[in-house]
Ligand binder design. Sequence first.
Ligand SMILES: Cc1ncc(COP(=O)(O)O)c(C=O)c1O
Length: 391
Amino acid sequence: MQLAKRIEPLTKNVFADMDRAKAQAQGEGREIIDLSLGSSDLPAPDCAIAAIQTALTDPHTHGYTLFHSTQAFRQAAAQWYEQKYGIPVDPETEVLPLIGCQEGTAHLPLAVLNPGDIALLLDPGYPSHAGGIHLAGGQIYTLPLRAENHFLPDLSAIPAPVLAQSRLMVLSYPHNPTTAIAPLSFFQAAVAFCQQHNIVLVHDFPYADLVFSGTPAAPSLLQADPEKTVSLELFTFSKSYNMGGFRIAYAIGNAKLIGALRQVKAVVDFNQYRGIMQGAIAALQSDPTIVQHTVNTFQNRRDVFIQALKDIGWDVPTPPATMYIWAQLPAPWRERSIEFCCELVAKTGVAVSPGAGFGKMGEGYVRFALVHEPDVLKTAVARMAEFLGQF
Ligand SMILES: Cc1ncc(COP(=O)(O)O)c(C=O)c1O
């Protein structure tokens, strides 16, 4: 049997190695504390669950959801965006429901790239961004993110021959895994750059709401491109509303890009189940204190975890946003993040993500996802202290 060459790059996945190490530790009887996945342990909003429950018993929601029947969802997303960011959005031409940001970012390259075209991706970055480029037959040029540059890319360092072939740039701030926020001035520079070089600019924006007190709100890309000349932005219910398993998100932006992505998706899917869309509308229209409660919960966990790390002599910067801690490894482990994570889970049951899994520039770091209660987080740090003490 022949399999397509395009899936070869998808099989090299550090996280699969980690999953095996986790399964082995579990098989050997270790109690696992899993801080490796950004999958929230908090519940979806009651209003969303209630709307989905109501929909389930209504046979009108049981059929295919084609374009027009998602009008209510598109309108709710447009209204939400207008209220939050003050930029008008046409629900008919500038909004598209997605089955997760991951689905959107993975399918978009099929609508934008011809084989061999270059996509500019952040390193470290979210792994499925690269996966979508591989599926579309594109080439990847990575933009290194360094702590000394606040984990923002230096666009002026992209060589001219690379730029000439570049058709797509994917940004994502607040950033997974580094937790950095990009200021509006950075987005303004990125929009001008993409306009000048005829590049489509995509902003994967799952952590739009997960910004902690004392930090200014995370800007939307469209605030830097209110005419939506080159830009598309992706929002999800997975983080703000703890609805990762429901697989619902949306894109807002340039009408031509929305139309092109819709065309790709028309071949692939018939949209999310209408009941879930109704739950998502209820979430978007819910009392903002619901999202604030989630933000406060992650902020409290962040503070507990950072303090616990400090107490064992591991000083890491306090993240301004997201649900992660991005920590540089202690000196003996600097170039061995995968080995660190595999040994840590084998010896202590604590599972964390190796920085190298997010790209070459992630080596030397690990990412902790704050998806457990404070007591469990403290236990994880205590186990790590014992582990680190052995070296
Ligand atoms: C940058 C980024 N994009 C996309 C996703 C996945 O979002 P969704 O659940 O909407 O597919 C995540 C989840 O962790 C993420 O961090």
